[in-house]
Each structure stands twice: as C-alpha cells, then as structure tokens.
Design a protein around this ligand. Structure first.
Ligand SMILES: [Zn+2]
Length: 249
C-alpha cells in the first residue's frame, strides 16, 4: 500500500504569517506546497493537502484531518522571520518528545533542502522557539516536522527562495518519499523513448523498430513510446513521436 504524505502549507487567509512588504509567508508556503503536490503526482505515494488556496484553517483542524486520513508523514511548510535582517538559513522543528526516528527523518529532509538551496543548515530543533511545541507537531499522531525555508525578513534568502523554488520542491519531494520508505522515480516523458530528456527523431526510430518487433523495449520505454496509451507500440506512435520532435502539435 502506498504511503500517505500530508503537506501543510503554513498560515493562509487572514493569517499571513510573517510579512515583508507585500510578501506573505502564507503565499510563499502555498507556492511551494502546490509544486510539491504536482511533483508527487505519479510517484508511489498518496498526497493530501491542508489547503490549496489562500484560506485560514485552524491548526487543530489541519492536524485532525491528517490524523483521520492516517498520514504516514506530516510536513508543515513555513518561512522564518527575524528582527535581524541578516538572519539566514533553513531549519526544521520536531515535537519536543520526538523519538530518534522522527529526528532522523527531519534531518534527512533538512539536509536535502540545504543542498538544493545552498543556504546555511541551522539544524533539527525540538519544541518551538518561545513555547513548548508547534501545534502541528503536538496534535498530529504520525512522524511530523515543521520546516522553515529561509528567512522572509532577509532579501537575499527571498532571492534564493524564488530562484531555487523548483529545486527546493524537488528535494522535498525526493526526501519525503525516502522518509516514508518509497523511492523517487524519474517521471516518464511521453515520446522520450531513450530517456535522454528530449523527444527527437531517434526516439521515433526506436518506437518504429519496436513496432516492427526489431527491438524489445523495457517497461519504461514502452510507457514513453506508447503515445496513445493503448498498451502497445505501433507505427502510429512512432509518427506521433516524430511530430512531437518536430514541434508539431
Ligand atoms: Zn510560519
């Protein structure tokens, strides 16, 4: 059974979280959460989102939703803020009484993100800065963490966040799969039979050879070559690939 990953975009609606000029933490968190949801489509996991729009949801309701759904992992996405404009880096918070497994999972995720955005690794932290625990860690009953992706109060961290958003999302997607015991699979690009990342006449030739039984394709190659998704690779698939390689819609 595939594992369940709960993605919680922090804040929302009338609760923007930290703000820097027009920039709201709630928007930044949602932007990333939506990318993450998209990346995890087609992977071996189920995903549930606390919100996909700019709405305010009680922390209790987010946690109850994840508990009821039976999530295997809960990640709350946030951005940090400080009165010091030079404060920088990524950090991750876990429950004050978290066990070593929860801690190891959080470290795995944080390390992957720091590698992707190049920001300072501020470490895995237990509890919360000024009270005992973040609600998302306290009221969820599965492994959970709250990640702070750079400081919204730091212009340079914001630049990194915008420029590296795709890389951060990919690092989160891969590490989330890893912490639930699944593995990232490169998504299949339709038409890219040889798996070199682009669709060219060479892919069409391979499809044609497969259709004429001159070549045997792997499952991944068949998935890429079978343009009309009828379960087999035929000359008409090869023609579709050729058209795609030539940019014909
Ligand atoms: Zn926050």
């Amino acid at each position: 059974m595939s594992k369940k990953i709960y993605i919680d975009a922090g804040h929302g609606g009338v609760q923007p979280g930290a703000v820097n000029g027009k920039r709201k933490e709630s928007d930044d968190a949602l932007r990333l959460a939506l990318k993450l949801q998209e990346l995890l489509k087609g992977q071996d996991c189920e995903v549930r989102m606390s919100r996909t729009t700019d709405v305010d949801i009680d922390i209790d309701d987010r946690c109850a939703d994840a508990n009821k759904w039976g999530a295997d992992y809960f990640l709350s996405v946030h951005r940090n803020a400080s009165t010091s404009a030079s404060a920088t880096g990524d950090e991750i918070w876990i429950y004050s009484k978290a066990n070593t497994y929860t801690e190891a999972k959080a470290r795995n995720i944080l390390n992957a993100v720091c590698k992707a955005d190049g920001l300072k690794n501020r470490g895995v932290k237990k509890g919360a800065p000024s009270y005992t625990d973040y609600g998302v860690n306290k009221y969820t009953n599965m492994h959970s963490a709250l990640i702070e992706l750079g400081f919204i109060s730091n212009a340079s961290d914001n630049k990194v966040y915008d420029a590296k958003l795709d890389a951060i999302a990919l690092a989160l997607a891969k590490s989330l799969l890893s912490v639930v015991g699944s593995e990232w699979k490169e998504p299949v690009i339709k038409g890219d039979v040889n798996g070199d990342g682009k669709v060219t006449a060479a892919d069409a030739r391979e499809a044609l050879r497969a259709s004429a039984k001159l070549e045997k394709l792997s499952d991944r190659e068949i998935q890429a070559a079978d343009m009309n998704n009828d379960g087999k690779v035929t000359a008409s698939d090869a023609r579709e690939i050729l058209k795609k390689s030539a940019g014909v819609k």
